[in-house]
Write a protein that binds this ligand. Structure first.
Ligand code: NOJ
Length: 715
């Protein structure tokens, strides 16, 4: 008999339910405490999983209670939201998505996992894989952006990085892919609201990243808080027991979101904790995070015949198997027993700086205000985000305190020691106080360039952070307008640096600043990274993974829309368009400028006729006609028409990068299996239909900038 089967045979019902329970640690002045529970519960074996305990000493002390004092000596699983770093923070996911580089995504996940494991953590609630096309939703910041293709690549890379080569290694964590599924499609972008979408959109857009995570071997999955088509995901038999476990063969753990099982009552599908617990368990949820419904409700559900002991045992088996795979039974103290070296931490900081610089998207540089020239000896650095260490973290900062994250002021001072850098915040991020505007404007007098650091506070995106107005909060626009007016009057170059967890709706700023950078939230090395790009030490290479709207009324906005029977035509009133704003986003998916100047040419595709099992080769030449070395990003889209279903006008199928010196020519190539050109047919099953497929290659999702060729798919 296996160790796990033997344990289960020996366990009382209370001990079993303990393994299906996760509670949280809180912190008081005297140290960590288990909120709403007691240390006794760990010793009694009635709590088997704990979240939010920080620090290897605390984790080990708590672990000793379970391993040494509980009857069956089953180790506790310690989990934390390590989303974009643990103590060293990397850019938030939406910023990282701008790299379009799975190797970098895996690298930062690996480093974050190592750092968290060194703190005793064994599981992280990451990666977040929700495709998000509505920037009002604050959680857009945590995920891959608007493309399911990017979401799937990010899923693979992050799972690989978090889990490493072996789950049992001392520096590996169990990954939890979340939030399954379609959370990004909440009604009107409002947090926790219900979701209603077509089965086709679910399968084409929201499921692929989770499928990719499962194929990559993700250890666990978290259902979303939300209801999908009337069924709360925490109780969704069709999607958990059905799609996930049966269809994809997922054998790992499903862990509920925070209190989500109890919220089934609020959703209106359960009358009490026992019913809620039964619904979740029967759907396939193994761990109850923070609701207490499994511990308190399942015994009642058992007595009412709503669940069986066999169903409880199956869930316990999955949880214990995960603990075993993590090596917790063999050595529960393996994580957190050797502190990381100073050299490791320094190397990690270096990685954070490089990735942060690559995550910056240069949205405009019309007047070539960037990079700052050697003549820029006096800089006016204005705005509430210019010297804001804590904000650089973005939402979800795990164990990272508010201090020690390099600000733009610090970064610029370090990069330009011989320059005078004047600084004034001007206004606060939020609030109506305008008194600091006039002095900030005065600071610009005589400056060689003005840099405006504007945007959102870190907590204005992330969980429970939906916004209906996506312009700059507070009085920042008034500040920016006053500063830009003075800069224009004096002929001083002006640069905007936007910090935000979403694309902001700032067409006025894009028009009036000479250059504009999207800096998202870049993490611990933010200021160095921004300085690297401003000074030209690094040519920006980030490309936005979300469309930037011109107006909030364009939302949802994304590059993969389906055609309409009446495409927009300014000469025809009865076509698909707004009366007051163009259809196109201000900046399309994939947009981002560099300090080089690239042209694409000589697109070639072969074979001209592609059959099932074949591979399509696509190649395009790239030339850097600018005077600085830079990296170009090339996107491969397809459009298949006619087909048996109306397919999106652009479907992303590949991304390639090439770095070229001034005047240098190069090429990028893609290989696409024929099946990758297929779609879900009218019956929602994959099909490769014969017919013509357009191949479109270019620097972003703006159709008129794409080179085109076409091929035929034949049977
Ligand atoms: C709620 C969030 O929705 C989820 O993403 C997170 O992992 C849990 N809380 C735990 O902090």
């Amino acid at each position: 008999m296996s160790r796990i089967d033997a344990l289960i045979e020996d366990m009382t019902l209370a001990e079993k339910l303990g393994q299906l329970t996760m509670t949280a640690a809180g912190h008081t002045v005297t140290g960590p405490v288990i909120a709403g529970d007691s240390v006794d519960a760990i010793q009694a074996g009635t709590v088997g999983n704990l979240l939010n305990l920080i620090g290897a000493d605390h984790v080990h002390a708590m672990q000793r209670l379970a391993v040494e004092r509980s009857r069956l000596h089953i180790p506790v699983l310690f989990a934390l939201d390590v989303t974009h770093g643990h103590r060293t923070l990397f850019p938030v996911s939406l910023a990282e998505a701008s790299l379009f580089d799975p190797q970098a995504w895996a690298l930062t996940a690996r480093e974050a996992a190592r750092e968290a494991a060194a703190d005793g953590i064994a599981m992280t609630f990451a990666p977040m894989l929700d495709v998000a096309r509505d920037p009002r939703w604050g959680r857009s910041v945590e995920g891959p952006g608007e493309s399911p293709w990017v979401g799937a690549r990010m899923a693979e890379a992050k799972v690989r990085g978090i889990q490493g080569d072996a789950l049992g290694a001392a520096d590996s964590l169990a990954a939890v892919a979340k939030h399954y599924c379609a959370y990004g499609a909440v009604t009107a972008g409002r947090e926790y609201a219900s979701v209603d979408l077509s089965e086709r959109t679910l399968r084409e857009v929201h499921l692929p990243p989770f499928e990719a995570a499962v194929r990559a071997g993700v250890a666990a999955i978290m259902p979303a808080f939300t209801a999908l088509g009337g069924i709360p995901m925490t109780a969704h038999q069709g999607l958990i027991a059905g799609w996930l476990r049966k269809r994809l063969g997922f054998e790992g753990v499903v862990v509920s979101d925070y209190n989500a099982i109890a919220e089934l009552i609020e959703h209106g599908v359960a009358a009490d904790a026992a019913e809620a617990a039964a619904l979740a368990l029967r759907a396939g949820v193994d761990i109850d995070m923070m609701a207490g419904c499994y511990r308190n409700g399942l015994p009642v559900a058992l007595s009412r015949g709503l669940v069986s002991l066999a169903e409880i045992d199956r869930a316990v088996h999955r949880v214990l198997t995960l603990k075993e795979r993590l090596g917790l039974f063999d050595d529960p103290y393996r994580r957190g027993s050797s502190p990381e070296s100073v050299a490791t931490l320094a190397r990690r900081r270096q990685i954070a700086r490089e990735v942060a610089a690559r995550a910056i998207v240069m949205l405009t540089n019309g007047a070539r205000a960037l990079p700052l020239g050697a003549a820029a000896r006096t800089l006016a650095l204005i705005g509430p985000l210019a010297d804001a260490s804590a904000e650089m973290r973005g939402p979800w900062w795990a164990a990272a305190g508010p201090e020690g994250h390099v600000t733009v002021l610090e970064g610029l001072r370090a990069a330009l020691p011989g320059s005078e850098i004047r600084h004034a915040p001007g206004v606060a991020i939020e609030g109506g106080e305008r008194g600091g505007i006039a002095p900030a404007v005065e600071l610009c007098e005589g400056a060689d360039a003005v840099i405006l650091c504007l945007g959102e506070a870190a907590v204005m995106s992330g969980e429970a952070a939906s916004r209906a107005h996506l312009d700059l909060p507070g009085e920042q626009r008034a500040l920016a307008e006053a500063v830009l007016q003075r800069a224009h009057a004096r002929g001083t170059p002006s640069i905007g640096v936007l910090f935000s967890g979403r694309p902001l709706v700032v067409p006025w700023l894009a028009e009036r600043a000479d250059a504009l950078l999207a800096a998202w939230f870049l993490g611990s090395e933010a200021g160095h990274a921004v300085a690297d790009v401003l000074t030209g030490r690094i040519s920006p290479s980030g490309r936005t993974a979300v469309s930037w709207p011109r107006a909030t009324g364009q939302i949802p906005i994304f590059h993969g829309e389906r055609p309409t029977g009446r495409p927009a035509d300014p000469a025809n009133h009865y076509t698909s368009k707004y009366l007051d704003v163009p259809n196109e986003p201000l900046f399309p998916f994939g947009h981002g400028l560099t300090y080089g100047s690239f042209t694409l040419s000589a697109l070639s595709v072969s074979p001209q006729t592609l059959r099932p099992g074949g591979v399509l080769a696509v190649r395009v030449e790239v030339a850097n006609e600018g005077d600085r070395a830079a990296e170009e990003t090339v996107f491969l889209f397809i459009h298949a028409q006619p087909a048996s279903v109306s397919r999106p006008t652009l479907e992303l199928k590949g991304v390639a990068k090439v770095r070229l010196q001034p005047g240098e020519r190069g090429a990028v190539g893609f290989e696409l299996p024929a099946e990758g050109l297929g779609c879900l047919g009218a019956d929602l099953e994959p099909v490769l239909e014969p017919g013509e497929v357009e191949i479109l290659v270019g620097p972003c999702a703006e159709r008129r900038r794409l080179l085109r060729a076409s091929i035929r798919v034949a049977q």
